[in-house]
Design a protein around this ligand. Structure first.
Ligand SMILES: [Zn+2]
Length: 384
């Protein structure tokens, strides 16, 4: 076992992770759920900038494997922005990531985005910032404008043999949907059955719930059967191709990695799905505002502390380095340092040096494929 930072083999891939930026143009405020914690709303973008400065420095000093991209684990702006100006808050925040377009950011949806925007608006924003700005413009990629029909879950392949899957942990929820939407109806029935009322303020609380039932609050959600089916198909494909899969989403999955109040409603179905496939090695999430970790012998579950409640003089970002039999999770400041050995060793062609990104976004029930191979940081070939 190699200690952190003392690796002899050239890594396969390196990426950065941040969680719970929760920017708002608002004065610092005590966290509502814990008087010992402060939310540093305006400073959160300085934390993002600090993270990118570090990742940029890795690129300068570590030519064998610079940071390829960033995962943003959701809650990029705070619910408070709704009363100020949601659009200026998200533009400012996404712009902060966009300033570092050499390291494109892959966003996943959090509850706070859905307090500010509906799902259709969010699809457009993700499309505009992730694909058009970060990839399309700076890397000359074109992308069909069919975002109204796209889901918020997707996958990409940053190099041959490695797949990333972003989950929509609010696919079934009362957030971001019109109240007549079937998924809203389904979610509201779930919340009504646990809270015995129709009061939104009660649904947003877990004070009358016990143990595992605490997850049934409106700030959490579930994966739909269609998304689970899609996930299963992606993992089946990866098993066949001997690919390594890293999954990320906003809400927690493993009850030993974070509290029940931050766990997905149908977490057990997702974990069962992971455990039916040998390709999955790790799941990253935010939302809990506390670091957490568990390993069930198959998948490493890593929970980031996140940015919003981190004091300005402490860092809150993570750098992950992928090898064929383990990953190094190198958290800075409040984040954790973990050496995560996989349950198996993956086979790779180590002569491949170029980073490539292959992405597909399903549209409704019909899977829509848009694949791109990035041959160099500035040249992209697209297959649609
Ligand atoms: Zn959250």
């Amino acid at each position: 076992m190699n200690p952190i930072g003392n690796e002899s083999k050239v890594p396969l891939l390196r990426f950065g992770v941040v969680a719970d930026v929760q920017y708002a143009d608002n004065d610092d405020k005590q966290a509502w759920y814990n008087p010992t914690k402060t939310r540093f709303y305006r400073n959160s973008l300085k934390q993002v900038t600090k993270a990118f400065e570090y990742w940029e420095s890795i690129g300068r000093s570590n030519d064998d494997c610079p940071i390829g991209f960033i995962l943003q684990l959701g809650d990029i702006i705070d619910a408070l922005s709704k009363s100020i100006c949601s659009r200026s808050a998200i533009d400012r925040t996404l712009g902060c990531f966009l300033n570092n377009a050499k390291m494109p950011t892959f966003h996943t949806v959090g509850n706070h985005e859905l307090y500010n925007f509906n799902r259709s608006e969010l699809c457009h924003l993700f499309d505009e910032y992730l694909f058009h700005h970060n990839v399309h413009e700076s890397l000359n990629v074109s992308h069909p404008n069919v975002m109204d029909m796209k889901t918020l879950y997707y996958r990409f392949k940053p190099r041959p043999g490695i797949k990333f899957i972003s989950l929509d942990t609010y696919d079934i929820s009362v957030l971001g949907y019109d109240q007549n939407h079937p998924k809203y109806q389904l979610a509201s029935n779930v919340l009504r059955s646990y809270h015995h009322c129709d009061d939104w303020n009660v649904w947003d609380s877990d004070k009358d719930l016990n143990d595992a039932d605490k997850r049934f609050q409106s700030s959490n959600g579930a994966l739909s059967p269609e998304q689970l089916q899609w996930l299963d198909a992606e993992l089946t494909e990866s098993d066949l191709l001997n690919e390594m899969v890293i999954v990320f989403g906003h809400v927690g999955l493993h009850p030993q990695s974070c509290g029940w109040d931050s766990i997905l409603w149908n977490y057990d179905q997702v974990i069962d799905c992971f455990n039916r496939h040998e390709s999955v090695v790790a799941y990253f999430n935010g939302h809990a505002h506390n670091s957490g970790y568990s390993y069930d012998g198959n998948v490493h579950y890593i929970v980031l502390h996140g940015i919003i409640e981190t004091p300005p003089d402490i860092e809150a970002f993570t750098t992950v380095t992928i090898h064929d039999d383990h990953m190094l999770i190198d958290g800075m400041g409040v984040e954790q340092k973990i050496l995560a050995n996989y349950h198996k060793t993956f086979t790779f062609d180590h002569t491949i040096q170029n980073h490539s990104i292959r992405m597909s976004v399903p549209v409704g029930l019909d899977e829509y494929h848009n694949e791109m191979d990035i041959l160099t940081p500035n040249t992209i070939k697209i297959k649609v």
